[in-house]
Design a protein around this ligand. Structure first.
Ligand SMILES: [Zn+2]
Length: 277
């Protein structure tokens, strides 16, 4: 009895002194690399409050959560967890910085570098549509199931690459490009709900977004045909569109992008190497 009382007092002392931060580490498992472009999956105690870089994360009833490290994520990120009635536990993690393919092209005619000023209003309106699709924060748990390739074919473009045209850095390439003939099928890489279906965007042509839940979305660009409607739920493997060469492209391919809100992550990390099941 006495020994138990002493132990209890020691525990209270430790808690009060703050030296117990390590002892108070909440249960946490994390899957994924602390590297630019990664999507990380976590699990902690149900009911906990989890913040990534100060942003409150949606927690599943089982205590699962997900967050993404942007293409240009700074070298340090923070994750904090607060269990009901406990002090906040905050850890900083180093984020591995990636080198991206940079291509410099000079001496181009200006109209090849920037769209016509007359297109500005349309481009801005379409950018707002895209941002709205990426801002969705739904509780679909599809994101926690494995992803599959949305199309088969040679990889012709990778995440993060960037062109600098006449000294002007253009928007980086956020997707993985899969070459394929016009009309080849595009299937849903995971369950989701169609959050945007626009057959004709200036840059990306036929454009489709799927909301996989918890802030994670897929985008499919340059489609020749969209086979689903906004608001429609789709299943992993279901045919949703056809590959095309619409928008500003040189050849037929699927550009598949994965986002965690406005953070751009590397879709390729979510699927096995091509050719493997
Ligand atoms: Zn592309």
């Amino acid at each position: 009895m006495r020994a138990r009382l002493v132990l209890l007092c020691l525990a209270l002392l430790a808690a009060a002194s703050g030296a117990s931060a390590q002892d108070a580490t909440p249960p946490l498992s994390l899957k994924g690399e602390w590297r630019q472009g990664s999507l990380l999956f976590g699990q902690t105690t149900p009911g906990a409050e989890v913040h990534f870089n100060g942003r409150r994360l949606r927690l599943s009833p089982e205590g699962r959560f997900v967050f993404g490290l942007d293409r240009d994520e700074p070298a340090e990120a923070s994750l904090s967890i607060r269990l009901p009635g406990a002090p906040e536990w905050l850890t900083r993690y180093p984020v591995a910085q990636r080198e991206y393919q940079i291509q410099r092209l000079n001496g181009l005619p200006p109209k090849q570098v920037n769209p016509e000023p007359a297109m500005e209003a349309r481009i801005a309106a379409e950018a707002a549509q895209n941002r709205k699709a990426r801002a969705r924060d739904s509780d679909y748990a599809s994101v926690f199931a494995p992803f599959a390739w949305p199309a088969k074919g040679a990889i012709t473009g990778v995440f993060g690459s960037q062109r600098i045209l006449n000294g002007e850095p253009k928007q980086p390439h956020y997707g993985v490009d899969v070459a394929g003939p016009v009309g080849a099928p595009v299937v849903a890489p995971a369950d989701g709900v169609v959050s945007l279906a626009n057959p004709d965007m200036f840059f990306s042509g036929g454009t489709l977004y799927l909301d996989h839940g918890y802030g994670v979305s897929s985008a499919f660009l340059h489609l020749s045909k969209i086979l689903v409607k906004e608001g429609q739920p789709v299943k992993r493997g279901e045919k949703i569109a056809l590959i095309g060469k619409t928008g500003r492209v040189t050849g037929a391919h699927l550009d598949w992008r994965v986002n965690w809100f406005e953070s751009r992550v590397d879709a390729q990390q979510l699927v096995p190497p091509q050719g493997k099941p």
